[in-house]
Design a protein around this ligand. Structure first.
Ligand code: HEC
Ligand code: HEC
Ligand SMILES: [Ca+2]
Ligand SMILES: [Ca+2]
Ligand SMILES: [Ca+2]
Length: 458
């Protein structure tokens, strides 16, 4: 089959799939159930990700404000008069949560090797170790350190340009990163596997947490039994009590709960010890040479962790905008017809486990299944992370994605912030999503614009 006839065969398939979707008429245009008002907000400005869920009780709102200040304020080197906010480092990546999640939005890749603390973390392991922490540098590269201590390395991203063409002849350009670790301070890194990732926007976390494991396991299709080319599986991880849970947070769903994510962020990104991680993030070799004042034993208590987790749990989801615009509605039909919604799922129902009553037993449209998918070699980092292979990534939620550029002017898409636009993000899809990606590329320019208009309405 020539390339041209392959493409036209493909668009015929898409057209008929689209007709089926239209005929059935079951494409939900906007989530308008009254219960949604409990956890969504009408907001389209730079603070759109920063609002508490409307349904919070007065006490939950107060806890939100306390968590908000822990999230926003910078940690300082111990000892400091700001007791309770000291203990930063000795090694760290940024001085506050909000440095990497600015305005509760998305961090960005560094502009050069001196641009630190803006949201990217490079995870590391020795090539031969199958994902274990690096023997000297641990699980992640900290590119900052307190005075008198050497930062581990400087992170430098070298852009790699890639050009392509839509089947209709329109050219496009993509950009990926080659990661370099300059001036390693604790000895040679050797042959390593690196996984650069940016901090995500953190809206709606409490709803994702409120999905029961069983609800996620029901979405799995590890052997693609239904033959749609998509075979997501849950990332089975251990929670702090040793129970196996369906992981859901982070780009590889490595963390089973918001609390576990908060503990890991404090420990790895800020250098703050906690009851669950009482020792600083230093390898044995580093611990021999690094002397640093402690900000307490441990540096945060369970209450602060709980407040931070509560804050992340109760940030509201911005409501959709312009959902009844005809172009947006057309884009929404294409999203379904192309099979984007096989992974970016809607209509999930939460269980009873959330500590926030308003988040129990509600239907949500997060545009994710929280499962791992093989996304092909172009997006692969080649590094095992728990049970996730180098090619597997968690479907990221798309709710709020249309506001990312309003909240974070430098917003970038995908796990390492390589994509400058939503269109680029789609074009990088491969592996299980290759069929959907190729179908997107084969659309007319108007249809592609409609699909992007739909994404911008989320
Ligand atoms: C140095 C940058 C950095 C700092 C500081 C940081 N984060 Fe993150 N955050 C990230 C990255 C990178 C990820 C994705 C991690 C992964 O893929 O495993 C992430 C993920 C998260 C997630 C999960 C988001 C999702 O969609 O799954 C939450 C919640 C979160 N961070 C909260 C926090 C909190 C709370 C703090 C402060 C205690 C914090 N972060 C500090 C970079 C950072
Ligand atoms: C097989 C599952 C799957 C399918 C099908 C799929 N996606 Fe994705 N999508 C993902 C995963 C996984 C990522 C994250 C990849 C990464 O960061 O490396 C992603 C990322 C994205 C992003 C960037 C999100 C962000 O937070 O930066 C957008 C936008 C997106 N997808 C839209 C689409 C559209 C539109 C389609 C249909 C043409 C589609 N996806 C089909 C799994 C899928
Ligand atoms: Ca510390
Ligand atoms: Ca390290
Ligand atoms: Ca399947």
């Amino acid at each position: 089959m020539s390339a041209i006839s392959a493409i036209s065969a493909m668009s015929t398939t898409i057209a008929s799939v689209a007709l089926v979707a239209l005929g059935v008429g079951d494409v939900r245009v906007a989530a308008t159930a009254t219960s949604d008002r409990a956890f969504t907000v009408e907001a389209d400005g730079p603070q759109a990700f920063s609002l508490p869920m409307p349904a919070l009780s007065r006490e939950e709102r107060r806890a939100f404000s306390v968590g908000n200040s822990f999230f926003r304020d910078s940690w300082v080197v111990a000892p400091a008069s700001a007791a309770g906010r000291d203990g930063l480092g000795p090694l760290f990546n940024a001085t506050s949560c909000s440095a990497c999640h600015p305005d509760d939005g998305r961090g960005r890749p560094p502009r050069d090797a001196n641009d630190v603390g803006a949201g990217m973390v490079v995870f590391v392991s020795a090539a031969a170790s199958d994902g274990a922490p690096h023997p000297i540098y641990g699980g992640q590269i900290q590119d900052q350190a307190i005075p008198g201590v050497r930062r581990e390395a400087r992170v430098r991203l070298e852009p790699i340009e890639r050009r392509g063409q839509f089947p209709d002849g329109t050219p496009y350009a993509l950009r990926a990163w080659q990661v370099h670790l300059d001036d390693p301070a604790y000895g040679p890194l050797g042959d390593v596997r690196l996984s650069p990732r940016v901090g995500q926007q953190i809206v709606g976390m409490g709803l994702l947490e409120a999905l029961d494991d069983a609800a996620l396991l029901a979405l799995e299709d590890p052997d693609d039994a239904n033959g749609d080319g998509i075979s997501g599986r849950a990332h089975r991880v251990r929670d702090p009590d040793g129970r196996v849970r369906a992981g859901r947070f982070g780009w590889k769903a490595s963390q089973p709960s918001i609390e576990a994510q908060v503990v890991a962020a404090l420990h790895g990104d800020l250098g703050i010890t906690s009851p669950a991680r009482p020792a600083e993030a230093l390898s044995a070799l580093q611990a021999e040479s690094v002397r640093a004042p402690s900000g307490g034993d441990p540096e945060v208590d369970a209450t602060k962790i709980e407040r931070l987790a509560h804050y992340c749990r109760t940030l509201a989801v911005p409501r959709r905008r312009g959902a009844d615009d005809p172009e947006v509605a057309r884009g929404e039909r294409l999203f379904a017809a192309l099979g984007c919604n096989a992974c970016h799922r809607t209509g999930l129902v939460t269980g009873d486990a959330s500590p926030i009553a308003a988040l129990r037993q509600v239907t949500i449209d997060p545009y994710t299944d929280l499962l791992l998918h093989d996304m092909g070699p172009d997006l692969a980092d080649g590094r095992r992370d728990g049970d996730a292979s180098g090619q597997e990534w968690r479907t990221p939620p798309l709710w709020g994605i249309g506001l990312l550029e309003t909240v974070n002017r430098d917003a970038r898409y995908l796990h390492d912030g390589r994509a400058r636009t939503l269109e680029e993000a789609i074009l990088w899809h491969g592996g299980e999503a290759k069929r959907a990606r190729d179908a997107f590329a084969a659309l007319t320019a108007d249809e592609r614009r409609a699909l992007v208009a739909f994404l911008r309405s989320l």
